[in-house]
Design a binder for this molecule. Sequence first.
Ligand code: FPP
Length: 234
Amino acid sequence: MEKMIPKHVAIIMDGNGRWAKQRGLKRSEGHLKGSLVLEDLVVHAKKRGISMLSVYAFSTDNFKRPKEEVDYLMNLFIKMFTTKFKRLMKENVKVVFSGRREGLKANVLKAMDQIVEKTTDNTAITLNICLNYGGQEEIVDAVNKIVKDVKCGNLSLDTIDKHSFYHYLYQDLPPVDFLIRTSGEQRVSNFMLYQMSYSELYFTNTFFPDFDEEQFDIALAEYERRNRTFGEVK
Ligand code: FPP
């Protein structure tokens, strides 16, 4: 029988701080290791035939963290998008972003725009990096875009439905089939709320910096065992 592969996988990359603490390291070391793991996971996801991978890199609420940590993460993002991601380019990975641009500094936005532009024609897998992202914020922003389009006469109210609503989200990606959250927490934390209506959820105690290709395969094997009914009787 053919393997059941999720088309769109989303990962809440949690536990970087605890991973570092366990080893007597600074929290930033956990984020750094996490960034290397992410690179490997994208390549692995491509190998497994997954066509979309969304990752929660920085929530709108993460700005409440100490300035030192926020600054570290922003610089790590810049470094990743400008240098490290060359490997992703070679692997034919298309990078897109979800989240609010307002609130992000010009150098971060520049690095984001660069990687988007450089990878725009790539086709093997789409990596959707959620940065300055909130799920409720995404829905509110979509509603505001709809209101604007209706006011301008570009959209008539009776054409909006649950499918066309996707066009107004930050990225017009298909629903999330499989959500993975690392580090033992069992909550969705304002992540992709609209896209997750029928997602299968997978929680593992492994901290994200230890979530390697083998762990990913264990999660995918669990997805294969799930019986997705979408509310029907099957
Ligand atoms: C949550 O762990 C993790 C984050 C807020 C940052 C995620 C960022 C990366 C994995 C870096 C690489 C990403 C990109 C896109 C280059 P936590 O700090 O909340 O861990 P804790 O719950 O153990 O404190």
